[in-house]
Design a protein around this ligand. Structure first.
Ligand SMILES: [Zn+2]
Length: 72
């Protein structure tokens, strides 16, 4: 099974692995936000303006998101 990807603690986006695996993962939309592999609920938002989940999470851009991100 593949390693759990990182998610952003601020915008909940699922973050792609960096091209160089040694680079730290960070969110390009909120670079100072904490990131973690401790998250639950993978959702893909295609139409944020028509999605209840997107409204609840304050998501404005289509993409892959975690429903819940556990930031310590
Ligand atoms: Zn972010």
């Amino acid at each position: 099974m593949a390693k759990q990807p990182f998610a952003c603690g601020e915008c909940n986006r699922i973050l792609p692995d960096p091209e160089n695996k040694k680079d730290p993962v960070n969110c390009k939309w909120c670079p100072n936000a904490p990131v973690t592999t401790d998250w639950q609920g993978y959702v893909i938002i295609l139409n944020p303006e028509r999605s209840e989940v997107a409204k609840r999470l304050n998501i404005e851009d289509p993409g892959a998101y975690a429903l819940k991100v556990n930031i310590r």
